[in-house]
Design a protein around this ligand. Structure first.
Ligand SMILES: C[S@@+](CC[C@H](N)C(=O)[O-])C[C@H]1O[C@@H](n2cnc3c(N)ncnc32)[C@H](O)[C@@H]1O
Ligand code: SF4
Length: 388
C-alpha cells in the first residue's frame, strides 16, 4: 500500500527565549533579559511540557534521533541547568550513545569554562552566531560581541571537546561589498568549523530593520556574493547540502536534515513548533506552544497554544517546501511513507518542473528519485510556485 503513513524519525527542539539585547533584524521569539533568567523554573517547565507531549502522542516507544537547543540565546543558561535538562530528557527516551545534541551560542556570552561545561552536560555540537567579522557590520547589526570575541568563541569550541561546531554568518549586509562578504567567509574558513550556515539577510516584518530599512547591496552584488561565496566554500571543502547550509563531508546537521526531510519533531519551550506522525491513527499533527515566557511559566496554564491536523491535501506541499531546499534527491517511497499520499497527486507538478529543467528524475530498480537541478536551486522561488 503506497499511501500509508509511517512514523518518521523523532527529533526534539528546545527553545530558550532570552537574549542580552534584541538585534534589529531578528524576528525570532526572543526577549531581552530584564532581570535574572528563571532558569530552574524554565527547565522544570520544559520537562513538564515534554511529559505532556509524550503522553499526548504516546511516544514512550519512539527512539529519539537528535536534540537542538535554540533561541534566543541558550548559551545564557548555566552549564548545570543544561545538564539537568539533558539528563532528564535523555532518561525519557531510547537513543544512540552519540545522539547529535546541538546548542546555539552567542560569542558575547561564552568563556572557556562554559563551553566545556556544556560539553560535559552532553552537548556535542555548538552553533555559534557570528554573523560577520567586520566591526562596522557587527555594530550595524546590533551584535553584543566584536570580531575578536567571535574568533575566541570558535577557538574555545575547538578546544571544548565537542565533535563539531557551526558558524552562522549572514551576507547581503548593509553597505556590504563583494570583498567584505568574501573576507567574512575567508575568516570563518580559517577558524576551521566543520559546518557553516551562510544566510542572506532578509528584512522581516516587525523588526527595526523593517521600520527603518538599512541600505542593502543591489541585486547584482547579491548575485555575485552568492556565486563567489559558493565557489570559495566549495574550494575549502564545504559542500552545500541546503540553501544556506555547508558542511565538510560527514558533518551535515542531522537535526535540520530531519526537518527538511519531513521528519517528526517535538517542540518544547516558548513558541516552539512540533510535528508528529501517528501511523496508528494515520494522522499528522502540528503543535504550537505558548509564546511569551510569562504565559509559558504561568503554572495555571497549559503549555499548548495550538493543536492542528495536517490534512492529506496539505502534506504534499509541506513535504515539497522542505525537500526542495535540499541538494540531495528524495525517493518516491519516502514521499509516500511520510505524507501518506500517492505520488500521482503531485506527478503533474513534478513533470512541469522537469520540463522547465528545474528538477530531474531517475528510475532505479526498486524506486524512483527526484532532485532539484542547479537551475532549480537558482530559481527556487519559480520552482516552489509550481507546487503552490
Ligand atoms: C535562531 S538565530 C539564533 C542565533 C543566536 N541567537 C545568535 O544570533 O547569536 C539563528 C541564525 O539565524 C540567522 N538569522 C537571524 N535573523 C536573520 C535574518 N533576518 N536574515 C537572515 N538570517 C537571519 C542568524 O545567522 C542567526 O545566527
Ligand atoms: S541574539 Fe540571535 S535570537 Fe537574539 S535577538 Fe539577536 S539574532 Fe535574535
Amino acid at each position: 500500500m503506497p499511501d500509508t503513513l509511517k512514523n518518521q524519525p523523532l527529533s526534539l527542539y528546545i527553545h530558550i527565549p532570552w537574549c542580552v539585547e534584541k538585534c534589529p533584524y531578528c524576528d525570532f521569539n526572543s526577549h531581552e533579559v530584564k532581570n535574572d533568567i528563571p532558569e530552574d523554573d524554565y527547565v522544570s517547565a520544559l520537562l513538564a511540557d515534554l511529559d505532556d507531549d509524550i503522553c499526548r502522542f504516546n511516544l514512550t516507544q519512539r527512539p529519539l534521533f537528535s536534540i537542538f537547543i535554540g533561541g534566543g540565546t541558550p548559551s545564557l543558561f548555566s552549564a548545570p541547568a543544561i545538564k539537568r535538562l539533558l539528563d532528564e530528557v535523555l532518561a525519557r527516551f531510547n537513543h544512540d550513545d552519540d545522539i547529535e545534541i546541538t546548542l546555539e551560542a552567542n560569542p558575547g556570552t561564552v568563556e572557556a569554562d562554559k563551553f566545556r561545561g556544556f560539553f560535559n552536560a552532553g552537548v556535542n555540537r555548538l552553533s555559534i552566531g557570528v554573523q560577520s567579522f567586520a566591526s562596522d557590520k557587527l555594530i550595524k547589526l546590533g551584535r553584543i560581541h566584536d570580531s575578536k570575541q567571535a574568533k575566541i568563541a570558535a577557538k574555545l569550541a575547538t578546544e571544548s571537546g565537542v565533535t563539531s561546531f557551526n558558524l552562522d554568518l549572514m551576507h547581503g549586509l548593509p553597505n556590504q561589498s563583494l570583498d567584505n562578504a568574501l573576507d567574512d567567509l575567508k575568516t570563518a574558513i580559517s577558524l576551521n568549523p566543520n559546518h557553516i550556515s551562510w544566510y542572506q539577510l532578509t528584512i522581516e516584518p516587525n523588526t527595526i530593520f523593517h521600520s527603518k530599512p538599512p541600505k542593502l547591496p543591489v541585486d547584482d552584488i547579491l548575485w555575485e556574493i552568492q556565486d563567489k561565496g559558493l565557489e570559495l566554500l566549495k574550494n575549502a571543502g564545504y559542500e552545500q547540502y541546503e540553501i544556506s547550509a555547508y558542511a565538510k563531508p560527514g558533518f551535515q546537521c542531522q537535526h535540520n536534515l530531519n526537518y527538511w526531510q519531513y521528519g517528526d519533531y517535538l517542540g518544547i519551550g516558548c513558541g516552539a513548533h512540533g510535528k508528529i506522525t501517528n501511523s496508528n491513527t494515520q494522522t499528522i499533527t502540528r503543535t504550537v506552544k505558548v509564546k511569551h515566557p510569562k504565559g509559558y511559566l504561568d503554572t495555571s496554564r497549559d503549555f499548548l497554544d495550538k493543536l492542528l491536523t495536517v490534512t492529506s491535501d496539505d502534506r504534499p506541499f509541506e513535504f515539497m517546501m522542505n525537500q526542495l531546499r535540499l541538494h540531495n534527491a528524495f525517493n518516491v517511497s519516502h514521499f509516500e511513507k511520510s505524507t501518506g499520499v500517492n505520488i500521482d497527486t503531485i506527478l503533474p507538478y513534478l513533470q512541469e518542473a522537469k520540463q522547465k529543467h528545474l528538477m530531474t528524475n531517475k528510475v532505479t530498480k526498486t524506486d524512483e528519485e527526484w532532485r532539484v537541478t542547479t537551475k532549480g536551486h537558482r530559481y527556487l522561488n519559480d520552482l516552489l510556485a509550481i507546487f503552490l
